[in-house]
Write a protein that binds this ligand. Structure first.
Ligand code: ADP
Length: 431
């Protein structure tokens, strides 16, 4: 606009000069000639200024005024703007690529024929492809019939699950999404953990059902027998007495399930949830209870060698101590010695319970805290176990930032122990 205004001004100047010359000479031809000469002279000056400027080093700003210089200046400005825009676009594309590479799920854009157009780092890692596999045919690279069917649309579903080409133990889920006529996207997800969790849940439901079915079958059997006519009162009394054990078993199982579910669903306790727990009094009560359960069949002793005060959740710690003590009673023969100990080891308060019971073969030790895991299913059920005690202990200890330690020798006995936090260390321990 500025160039136009200036050029209009120059044109008007030429016309005015021509007009003045025409009036003074009373000849319009002279006036027109003067106007043309002035216009040509201005054009020539513009050209000379531009020509001088082109000989100066790059980046020099022109001191002269020239319409050509202005036009070139504008072209340069446009060029600089479009360069800046390209740089911005390149930076955005790079950011987009880095983002796609950072996504843990795999992502491939393929052309209809199957050639790879874009692939992110996760897809390469999950499928074991190289960076230079771009533009190659995905179907030829993977050679998995399920993927071929998925991409060609030969199956009804848009999703298939395959073992990972890099590791047979891993499972990958591939989802095919069509985008327009020629392109499609394949999304790849590692579903190994999800599958494992689903299997765990199915196993858990199967285990619970199985554990409940056995006592229920017994109860239903007795109830059917009791519903017959002409039953003697002694038989009725005996049957009712026999119902007690399966009913108690079901109650124990339901209580343990509820405890476990509560522990699993509760958030990790905060510092203010912990209280000072009087462990010696708690253990004294638990030892007395254990003696009454074992009907003095075991030699249960209590060693309180720690004057430490402990921070924890009292009800949970009580449950952990009594689970371990009752296991020691249940898995030890009558007369066996059981030592419950509360001592300071390496500056930490440590609880332990040692028995002279059946012991545990080493290959089972790492699995003891799994839900419903038993070394000997029949013996454990026979001793009134639910199979959930050590799973509950594990969860409680995790909430107290501790771990269960087990040492055992088959036929000689076992020791279950764990350390707790001394209340005096509370401020120095970062939870
Ligand atoms: P259960 O209710 O069956 O006792 P737990 O979770 O408490 O379930 O224990 C899991 C398994 O660990 C038991 O079935 C048993 O095989 C083994 N176990 C636990 N404590 C002892 C122990 N003190 N001595 C020997 N084996 C034990």
């Amino acid at each position: 606009m500025y160039v136009l205004t200036r050029e209009t001004t120059r044109g008007l100047t030429c016309l005015t000069l021509g007009l003045v010359a025409g009036i003074l000479s009373t000849d319009w031809a002279i006036g027109a000639l003067v106007a043309c000469l002035v216009w040509i002279a201005i054009g020539g000056l513009n050209y000379l200024a531009f020509e001088r400027w082109t000989r100066r080093p790059l980046g020099t700003t022109a001191s002269e005024s020239s319409v050509w210089l202005e036009i070139v200046g504008r072209l340069r400005q446009n060029q600089r703007r479009s360069r800046e825009r390209s740089a911005w676009l390149i930076a955005e594309l790079r950011w987009l690529k880095d983002t796609f590479d950072a996504i843990p799920d795999g992502w491939i854009v393929i052309h209809r024929a199957g050639s790879i157009e874009t692939i992110n780092a996760s897809a390469r890692a999950l499928l074991g492809l190289e960076a230079d596999d771009k533009n190659q045919n995905l179907l030829a690279l993977i050679r998995n019939p399920a993927i071929v069917e998925l991409v060609r649309g030969d199956i009804d579903s848009d999703i298939v699950e395959i073992p990972a080409p890099t590791d047979e133990a891993k499972r990958l889920e591939l989802r095919h999404i069509r985008v327009g006529e020629d392109r499609s996207i394949v999304l790849i997800r590692d579903v190994t953990t999800l599958n494992r969790l689903l299997t765990m849940r199915q196993d858990f439901v199967a285990n619970v059902s199985h554990e409940l079915r056995t006592p229920l079958t017994v109860i239903i059997g007795y109830l059917e027998a009791l519903s017959e006519d002409d039953i003697e009162i002694d038989v009725i009394r005996e049957s009712i007495a026999r119902l007690e054990s399966p009913a108690a078993r079901m109650k124990a199982l339901v209580e343990d399930l509820l405890t476990l579910s509560r522990l699993e669903s509760s958030p990790m306790p905060e510092e203010e949830d912990f209280e000072i727990v009087d462990v010696p009094s708690m253990l004294t009560a638990i030892a007395t209870e254990a003696r009454s359960i074992s009907s003095d069949g075991h030699d249960i002793s209590l060693e309180l060698d720690c004057g430490c005060t402990v921070l924890g959740i009292a009800s949970e710690l009580h449950s952990a101590f009594s689970n371990l003590v009752s296991n020691a009673v249940r898995y030890s023969p009558d007369g066996g010695a059981i030592v419950i100990r509360w001592a300071s080891e390496n500056g930490k308060p440590v609880f332990s319970v040692r028995d002279e019971g059946v012991g545990i073969p080493p290959e089972h030790i790492s699995r003891l805290t799994e839900r419903f895991y038993r070394v000997d299913m029949k013996k454990s059920r026979g001793r009134g176990g639910t199979g959930l005690g050590l799973a509950i202990v594990k969860h409680i200890l995790r909430r107290h930032h501790s771990e269960l330690e087990v040492t055992s020798r088959v036929g000689e006995g076992s020791t279950f122990s764990f350390a707790l936090r001394d209340a005096s260390d509370a401020s120095s321990i970062a939870l």
